[in-house]
Design a protein around this ligand. Structure first.
Ligand SMILES: C[S@@+](CC[C@H](N)C(=O)[O-])C[C@H]1O[C@@H](n2cnc3c(N)ncnc32)[C@H](O)[C@@H]1O
Length: 313
């Protein structure tokens, strides 16, 4: 299977990284190296790119695509939450730019056997890193009704979360829920018929929720941004592309906090908490895809790019 993936907000991200030919860059979500191949093409022999992905197939596809630049690229299979420590181990203490293009690739979504999509009848899986033990199957069959409710409500923002969780638990008492299509049927039955026509496929939100939970997507993002900003050299930039409001809120709030971390009450005239700004938010409003991109790629629809620049000393 070819690694097909339309790189979202490609020019906007590359422009905002302000790439210096001899700089050091990190792509924490390498995928098919769509963004990374453009970064690598701008680097001189003195520059370096670290590309990270937790998915074995992405690593293979990216290694192939980046072969023309192999002298200046280091590829690491890991979770991007370990990016800073993995790169420091290689003797690098700061970098000039970092990009995160979050979520799954079209390649993962369209690859039936990965179990990410409600469109194909396959075993429930949804792991980006298949070395991990927890799968969507285990979440669906073993988590409590309350845990399922919270996952579907918080990560899927589905109005029918309570009923879906209830139906899942009732069904799995008869027999374990093994496949995406079995789960589709259960979700469909939990949503009132007149509501099913609205808001796309009935499984969309629950599948998103299970994927986020299975891969700890929000926790990883939340735990990584501060360390990545600390790892930037003065004037270095981090560009993050998000695909839903839960991710975008984390990035927006984190960048704002790093710009203005002071926790002193507003009535105190001078800062006593001692927390200093780490830089500035470049994108007061997120950058959105152009009309042309939206026409060419439906996955860009919900994409937002936010950029933060490290303070220059
Ligand atoms: C949207 S795709 C990136 C596509 C890439 N920018 C391109 O243009 O080809 C996201 C990739 O990030 C990887 N990924 C998502 N979360 C990750 C994490 N926490 N750690 C490592 N890789 C992650 C996925 O496996 C997937 O390959």
């Amino acid at each position: 299977m070819d690694f097909k993936h339309y790189s979202v907000l490609l020019n906007e991200t590359i422009d905002n990284l302000n790439i210096k030919p001899d700089g050091i860059y990190v792509d924490g979500t390498l995928g098919g190296a769509g963004h990374s191949s453009h970064i690598a093409a701008k680097l001189s022999d003195g520059g370096r790119l670290f590309g990270i992905d937790q998915d074995e197939d992405a690593i293979k596809a990216a290694s192939e695509r980046l072969r023309p630049y192999e002298d200046k690229v280091t590829i690491i299979r890991d979770n991007y939450e370990n990016a800073v420590s993995r790169i420091k181990e290689l003797g690098v203490n700061e970098v000039d730019g970092i990009i995160l293009d979050l979520g799954v690739s079209s390649f993962q979504l369209d690859n039936e056997e990965r179990g990410f999509s409600y469109r194909y009848d396959t075993p429930l899986d949804m792991r980006m890193d298949r070395r991990q033990e927890l799968t969507a199957r285990e979440i669906v069959n073993e988590f409590s009704e309350m845990e399922l409710f919270h996952i579907i409500k918080n990560y899927g923002e589905d109005k029918f979360a309570k009923n879906i969780a209830k139906h899942i638990v009732a069904n799995r008492k008869q027999k374990p829920i093994e496949t995406t299509f079995e789960l589709n049927e259960i979700i469909k039955a939990a949503i009132p018929a007149r509501m099913r026509e609205k808001g796309g496929h009935p499984s969309k939100r629950t599948f998103q929720a299970l994927r986020i939970a299975c891969n700890r997507e929000l926790e990883v993002l939340e735990n990584s941004l501060d360390g990545m900003i600390d790892f930037l050299a003065p004037g270095g930039r981090i560009c993050v592309i998000t695909f839903h409001s839960l991710e975008d809120r984390i990035v927006k709030n984190n960048f704002r906090k790093n710009e203005n971390p002071c926790t002193c009450p507003p009535e105190i005239p001078i800062c006593v908490c001692g927390k200093k700004s780490k830089g500035k938010v470049i994108t007061r409003k997120p950058i959105l895809p152009s009309e042309k991109e939206l026409e060419e790629n439906s996955r860009s629809k919900s994409a937002k790019l936010r950029v933060f620049e490290k303070i220059t000393k």
